[in-house]
Design a protein around this ligand. Structure first.
Ligand code: ZN
Length: 335
């Protein structure tokens, strides 16, 4: 049975068509003129590393080519088309509007461009539905460094909530500074009724999962480091908070899928969803993630449960959730 139908954790800037990025990187001077596509490819994957600073530079390169409205629209359309071709029913694509303002766009312009790209693609491919998550950012210098930009991210997300935007996230440099220094942002998101997920316990310590819970997260991005301590794991299990697990993105060059905590977490009864994170850097897609998990002993029934978990955890409206659950039930009946 095809169980790969939903992706709740998917970064636009980590999931572009690499040739498309290359053409624009040349055009906009983000890489030097004489760089061949092969050289560019090696630059991108030479940085495929656990070094956080190099990893952030990769994302900067992707963001360099997403500074104009037409490029944001086109990139989003292309990603949705690819998801549709893979048989996906629903995806939440995330990006950070504050990363796309270096050539004159406002955060609202950037958010509208991505929403419009997703809307155009949904008109063309009616079998798929998309929600957009806007990311608050850790920039590497502590929460105070971009507090104003982060509050603006919340403001524009509220403006577009229910019109394509579905929620917020906190992404970036998880290990930097005091994680709870971001709490005022989530107080504001709560006040405005915006759902949110928080990257926690991915690169950072498992204790961040407790911090994310205390900041009221509706879901946790990754969260797999909760296995570092029984009290963190208990908090995840007791709260039943959905974890957006992205296995290939975590294992990187080690490729040690068997050592990843996903099987343990599923067996413990954690509320697991299966996602891709960054399709380019992890060289994966949702179908591949499900196939790899099957290979390390996760059963079809467990994978199907993960997909139903995702349907329940999606930041969509009730009508979309019912549509989604109906399609998944129909898949189950067909076997
Ligand atoms: Zn992520």
């Amino acid at each position: 049975m095809q169980t790969a139908r939903i992706d709740l954790h998917l970064h636009l800037d980590g999931s572009l068509n690499l040739k498309w990025v290359y053409d624009r990187a040349i055009r906009y001077g983000a890489i030097s003129d004489g760089t061949s596509f092969e050289d560019f490819y090696h630059i991108v994957y030479a940085n495929n590393t656990k070094d956080r600073a190099l990893s952030i530079r990769k994302f900067e390169l992707m963001c360099d080519v997403l500074q104009y409205r037409e490029d944001l629209v086109e990139a989003t359309k292309d990603l949705v088309q690819t998801l549709w071709q893979e048989g996906m029913y629903y995806a939440e694509i995330r990006f950070a509007s504050q990363q796309h303002t270096s050539r004159g766009l406002s955060q609202l312009d950037a958010l509208k461009a991505v929403i419009d790209g997703a809307g155009d693609a949904m008109d063309r491919y009616p079998g798929i539905r998309i929600g957009i998550i806007n990311c608050l950012m850790h920039k590497g210098d502590g929460a105070a460094a971009n507090m104003d930009e982060n509050f603006e991210t919340i403001r524009v997300t509220k403006e577009m909530l229910g019109k394509g935007a579905v929620g917020l996230d906190l992404a970036g440099f998880e290990n930097n500074g005091d994680f709870l220094a971001y709490a005022p942002l989530f107080d504001e998101a709560c006040r405005l009724g915006i759902p949110y997920t928080i990257h926690a316990g991915e690169m950072g310590i498992g204790e961040h999962v407790l911090d994310a819970l205390s900041m009221g997260a509706d879901r946790i991005g990754h969260g797999v480091n909760c296995v570092q301590d029984q009290s963190y794991l208990d908090a995840v299990l007791d709260s039943h908070i959905p974890l957006e697990v992205c296995v290939s993105s975590n294992v990187k060059r080690d490729l040690d899928y068997a050592a990843h905590p996903v099987r343990f977490l599923i067996d413990q009864g954690a509320n697991i969803t299966i996602n891709t994170d960054n399709r380019i850097f992890a060289r994966t897609n949702t179908l591949n993630e499900h196939a790899l998990l099957r290979m390390i002993g996760v059963t079809d029934e467990q994978l199907s449960q993960c997909t139903f978990n995702a349907a329940q955890a999606a930041f969509c409206d009730d009508e979309t959730r019912e549509w989604l659950l109906d399609r998944l039930e129909e898949d189950l009946r067909k076997g």
